[in-house]
Design a protein around this ligand. Structure first.
Ligand code: B12
Length: 140
């Protein structure tokens, strides 16, 4: 199934090439990507996710504030009834020291993310397998 993927940076994060990279990666897997770009205000992300067909939300962040920005906005997204069951993932350099550590991953999962990825090649490969598994589950 061809997924409608909403790709976004976090509100504080101005890095751009991570988003370009992720867009190309997801498109090469055969899916449609709407890329909101960097520094996306929380309310814009929530409005877009609610107002457009979205099978998967992918957050990419590398500035080190992914733990706080991600946890805050995923709670807002999960507060929308239309988004309760939509897979929402986050990945990149999630903490100020790059890695977020197991406690950081746990905190993001508890806040509402379906999956959390780091920034190395293994995580990118795991993300590829994850997106295939979402595509296999979605039916329209
Ligand atoms: C270019 C750059 C900038 C540019 C960005 C310009 C632009 N328009 O994009 C500028 C100068 C603006 C900038 C600013 C800052 N930066 Co900067 N920046 C970089 C730099 C040198 C390269 C980033 C890049 O383009 N990489 C290329 C892309 C393709 O790779 P990537 O971003 O790493 O993404 C990969 C992975 O992270 C992963 N990934 C990313 N997202 C996701 C999502 C999923 C789901 C998955 C599976 C994987 C994944 O896959 C990608 C491909 O491998 C890096 C250092 C470095 N060499 O990585 C620092 C770096 C990211 N910056 C850093 C910092 C701290 C900042 C500032 C806070 C500095 C400051 N004090 O002002 C600000 C933040 C500004 C803000 N509001 O966000 C730190 C982040 C530290 C951390 N998280 O541990 C880094 C790592 C430098 C460092 N070593 O300290 N930066």
């Amino acid at each position: 199934m061809r997924l409608n993927v909403l790709l976004t940076g976090t509100s504080s994060d101005s890095h751009t090439w991570n988003l370009v990279y992720m867009q190309l990666l997801i498109e090469e897997s055969g899916h449609e990507v709407r890329n909101l770009g960097p520094c996306v205000p929380d309310d814009l992300l929530v409005r877009t996710a609610v107002g457009t067909p979205t099978d998967l939300i992918v957050m990419s962040t590398v500035n080190g504030h992914g733990l706080t920005d991600g946890a805050r906005v995923v709670r807002l997204l999960r507060g929308e009834p239309a988004l309760r069951d939509v897979p929402i993932v986050i990945g990149g350099k999630l903490g100020v020291a790059g890695d977020s550590g197991p406690e950081g991953v746990q905190a993001l999962l508890e806040a509402g993310f379906t999956a959390v990825f780091g920034d190395d090649e293994v995580d990118v490969a795991l993300f590829g397998a994850y997106i295939d598994s979402v595509a296999a589950r979605v039916s329209r």
